[in-house]
Design a protein around this ligand. Structure first.
Ligand code: SAH
Length: 239
């Protein structure tokens, strides 16, 4: 046997260290979920979501200089003035969606693709829309680099949804509008769920919108949150 075989490469050592940090992050998410259970109405984040968070290499979805901080339970800058949400919030939003393998899932706000990767772990087909071309291209490259082949990308205004591929069983929005965009409600199937932060700059709430089998919409308010704004209209068209 070659002696070299036994030596861990530097890259392998790094991945190992990240795996340890990732397990600690998942434990931190579980504790955080427990602390706010009375406000979220859920005692715990479900296992499939925690397991997916234990697999997705968050450090591969942040700028390289942020990689050492990738497994802290904190939001991080991803460039273009945008941020990737705190892992607990990502876990909660993903859990609230209640994704099944058979669901057609739409994500608005690809960013660098961390949330997209989690969705791609949990369902067969993900559709994601990002308004900033540079982020969209970077996110796409990162997702491909991690082997995610079940994601379709679009650059454009996500407040219009993606009608050509709709309607959707699940919709997740990772930027906050003042009001829920009507196109997204229209593209939500019966029995569908949407998780979206909404409200004025300093008064955003995480919302869970459900469309009953008969078509009626119901909205439940979750935690106060702080997301960057969902662009719309001329502002989004100019990007
Ligand atoms: N989900 C991302 C973080 C996204 S930050 C991640 O996990 O990394 C919010 C994202 O929403 C930003 O990338 C921002 O450019 C995008 N965004 C804002 N308005 C948008 C719109 N109208 N349509 C699509 N994306 C939008």
């Amino acid at each position: 046997m070659e002696a070299g075989r036994l030596t861990m490469t530097e890259a392998e050592g790094r991945e190992d260290a990240f795996a340890v940090l990732r397990r600690a992050m998942v434990e931190q998410i579980e504790r955080h979920a427990d602390r706010v259970a009375d406000r979220t109405g859920r005692a715990a984040i479900s296992n499939p979501v925690l397991e997916a968070m234990g697999r997705v290499p968050r450090h591969a979805f942040v700028p390289v200089e942020m990689a050492p901080y990738a497994y802290l339970d904190r939001p991080l800058p991803i460039g273009s003035g945008k941020t990737i949400s705190q892992p607990f919030i990502v876990a909660l939003m993903t859990d609230l969606l209640g994704i099944g393998r058979e669901h057609r899932v739409l994500e608005i706000g690809t960013g660098l693709g961390y949330q997209t990767a989690l969705l791609a772990e949990l369902t067969a087909e993900v559709f994601t829309v990002e308004v900033i071309g540079e982020l969209a291209r970077d996110g796409r490259r990162r997702l491909a680099g991690q082997g995610y082949a079940n994601v379709s990308f679009r650059i454009g205004d996500g407040s219009l949804g993606w009608p050509e591929h709709g309607p959707f069983d699940r919709i997740i929005v990772t930027a906050a509008p003042d009001l829920i965009p009507p196109a997204l409600l229209q593209q939500l199937k019966p029995d569908g769920r949407m998780v979206i932060p909404a409200g004025l700059e300093d008064d955003q709430r995480l919302l869970l919108v459900t469309r009953e089998a008969g078509g009626r919409l119901q909205t439940a308010e979750m935690l106060p949150v702080r997301f960057s704004r969902l662009m719309s209209g001329a502002e989004a068209a100019d990007m």
